[in-house]
Design a protein around this ligand. Structure first.
Ligand SMILES: [Zn+2]
Length: 705
């Protein structure tokens, strides 16, 4: 678990229903666990990593129960087992483990509570200042304050957080926390959390802080493999100007070099706006197919020397007199070798994370805090929705042709602005000739968005506007004395695009200030995951013209287009995410696979998902296109975050429509980092759901021509 990013419960709050249920559950869970441990269910790896025998753990639990009382049994079992799982040789002998547990367990509720408060204060100091250091060291790269020095890049790579986990196991503070503040599995949080009060939630979040202990050399090995996979992806360029049609025509500007997959996909999308774009889209699609099945000639990857006709799959060398055919080897399976390496790298971590010993469990139960089954259900609700057929028909009508498989990237549901871009640039530049002008205007902007005067002043005092080197980003604080930073590009004054992005980043910073400075417990700060903060950012961004006082007619039309655009994008990326999830399941079921078998498995899975959810709409079977995403190779199952993000954002944005943004946003952000489903229930009154998206798209189909 990343240090301090996530999520406890007072063991001694016996009046609460949730806690009693937890006690019963925990006892059952522990007994089962011990049986498995003794009989055979424990992997040999784990037995060698932990040096505490199951018998020892059992006897320590008995001694602790005798010393502290049976009313603490659940908390004792949770703590003693977890400390045992993470205890290493360097921490001491089995006897030392026993002494530690018997000495450091805090039975007295008042003492436990004081310890909780101290941990809150100390972790805010630690994380707050270390974050401040990181941010300051990165400033030469992040801010538009002159060219960075070579040494700035070296400082930017340094992380003051890097040794915290090691230090806190070393000084045993982590063990005190683990021993006293129970860890709850996602299932337990979901079943018990609804009845927890705020403090119980804060305790549970504290219990999430140290769930793994990965040796430095394992981390290093893993990150070296990841770097290699990242390099493979970041150097996978296609020279578009060298692509030839079957009759040897070129279609793209000679210098156009694009990265796979996103560069070539965005080019495919851009072609919808061009009357003669179809031929280019078809050739890009052919390139994608050849990357997926690895029939792409090795020598055309990231290499400007050759011309390549993807359809017949022929390679030519450029000669003065013309083109000369050359023989070439296919890439074969390098792509899947990289994926397999990535799998092995993640697998190295498994034995060191006792509560989530597979990447699948870590991704769903720890990072997303939404069960895998639930994610799958949400995705299926979109990709199998009857609505896909209606939207597909609408797209066919708008394109004037039958759909082809690459039309999963149809990009035509975009609203056209009524204002000339130059005019908008002029208005914005005049208003904000430099970032300080934007900073000064924060309170007014917030009031225009619906925040009360006092709240607007409070927020503005906690947000610093900086000139960004890149397009813009937001970075929140980690302690209440610090401030959130809003970065926007402002060289020569803000232009309209910079202003539009600044409002997006402002949405992030307002969320960050509310969810830190106005939170009741430090360990509950933040939002459940990035989709939640993106939702607020989009709401701010969407109201940019209102804030400028420029009328933007056709809001209903714009909302309808947005619903269709989001639906179609979620339909596309939902399938991609399903492929990603199935591929990781397959790898864990077939850990001894080789790259070639893996390639076949990925293609089979991609075709199956296509045949089930896309073939009925597109009228063509066995298309592996959903496997083109590079994140499938280097992302370690990051892809499901995209469709979940669309669904969550849409749900929050729909709820906010017509309500006071200032009041509602503050109420929502003060919920903190509960599980996504509980957050959603308390924020908008319903659990995570695709309904708002599907309903809005359904209504939009009738409205958009
Ligand atoms: Zn954002």
């Amino acid at each position: 678990m990343t240090f301090g990013e996530t999520p406890a419960l007072p063991a001694d709050a016996p009046t609460l229903v949730g806690w009693k249920r937890y006690t019963v559950l925990m006892v059952r869970f522990i007994s089962l666990f011990l049986i498995l441990l003794v009989v055979s269910g424990f992997s040999p790896d784990q037995r060698t990593i932990s040096m505490i025998s199951p018998e020892k753990t059992r006897s320590v639990i008995d001694k602790m129960t005798a010393k502290f009382g049976t009313e603490h049994k659940a908390r004792i079992e949770n703590g003693a087992v977890r400390v045992g799982e993470l205890w290493r040789k360097e921490d001491g002998s089995e006897k030392d483990y026993e002494d530690f547990c018997l000495t450091e367990f805090i039975a007295d509720p008042a003492g436990l509570d004081k310890t909780f408060s101290r941990l809150e204060k100390n972790f805010e100091v630690l994380q707050g200042h270390l974050h401040q250091i990181s941010r300051a060291l990165r400033e030469p790269l992040d801010l538009d304050i002159g060219p960075p020095l070579p040494i700035d890049h070296m400082f930017a790579k340094y992380s003051p957080f890097a040794h915290l986990e090691e230090d806190f196991f070393g000084n045993k503070i982590a063990f005190v926390m683990i021993l006293n503040f129970p860890y709850f599995t996602l299932d337990q949080k979901l079943s018990l959390g609804e009845n927890w009060d705020r403090k119980q939630w804060a305790y549970a979040k504290l219990g999430d802080m140290f769930t793994s202990r990965v040796p430095a050399d394992v981390r290093q090995k893993r990150s070296a493999i990841s770097v290699e996979a990242d390099n493979y992806v970041s150097e996978y360029n296609v020279y578009m100007g060298n692509l030839l049609t079957a009759d040897q025509k070129t279609l793209f500007p000679p210098d156009l070099k694009l990265i796979s997959h996103w560069g070539i996909r965005d080019e495919l999308k851009a072609q919808y706006a061009k009357p003669d774009g179809l031929e280019r889209q078809r050739i890009i699609y052919r390139v994608m197919q050849r990357i997926i099945d690895q029939s792409i000639p090795k020598i055309v990857v990231n290499n400007d020397k050759y011309r390549w006709a993807p359809e017949p799959n022929l390679v030519y060398e450029k000669r003065n007199a013309g083109l000369e055919k050359v023989t070439s080897e296919p890439e074969k399976q390098v792509r899947y070798e990289q994926l397999l390496n990535k799998f092995k790298a993640e697998q190295m971590l498994d034995p060191y994370v006792p509560k989530a010993p597979t990447l699948i469990e870590r991704r769903f139960n720890e990072d997303r805090q939404i069960p895998e089954k639930e994610v799958e259900k949400l995705l299926l609700a979109v990709v199998s929705s009857p609505l896909r057929q209606k939207v597909a028909q609408l797209i066919e009508k708008r394109l004037g042709r039958k759909l082809e498989p690459f039309d999963i990237w149809y990009d035509g549901f975009k609203a056209r602005g009524a204002q000339a871009p130059e005019e908008l640039d002029r208005i914005v530049r005049q208003k904000y000739p430099e970032v300080t002008a934007f900073q000064a205007d924060l309170p007014k902007i917030l009031q225009k968005l619906g925040f009360a005067g006092e709240t607007a002043e409070f927020l503005s005092r906690h947000i610093v506007v900086d000139p960004a080197r890149g397009s813009g980003h937001a970075t929140g604080a980690e302690m209440r004395d610090d401030k959130a930073h809003l970065r926007t590009r402002a060289t020569g004054g803000l232009n309209y695009k910079g202003y539009n992005i600044a409002l997006h980043e402002m949405g992030h910073t307002v969320e960050q200030v509310f969810s830190l400075n106005r939170i009741d417990y430090y360990f509950l700060r933040g939002v459940p995951n990035t989709a939640f903060t993106e939702a607020f950012a989009f709401v701010f961004q969407d109201r940019d013209l209102d804030v400028l006082g420029i009328p933007s007619p056709g809001r209903e039309e714009r909302d309808a287009l947005k619903a269709l655009d989001t639906f179609w994008a979620t339909y596309e990326i939902g399938g991609v995410a399903l492929v990603d999830m199935k591929v990781w399941r397959w790898m864990y079921e077939n850990p001894k696979t080789d790259p070639q078998q893996l390639r076949d498995a990925v293609m089979r899975i991609a075709r199956e998902v296509w045949n089930e959810h896309y073939a009925p709409v597109f009228g063509v079977r066995d298309v592996p296109i959903l496997a083109i995403y590079s994140h499938l190779i280097d992302g370690a199952m990051y892809l499901p975050d995209y469709p979940i993000g669309h669904i969550i954002s849409f749900q929050i944005e729909s709820y906010l429509k017509g309500k006071n943004l200032g009041v509602e946003m503050e109420r929502m952000c003060r919920l903190g980092c509960l599980t996504p489903s509980l957050w959603m229930e308390q924020a908008v009154g319903t659990p995570l759901s695709t309904q708002p998206l599907l309903q809005a798209a359904e209504q939009a189909v009738g409205r958009v021509k």
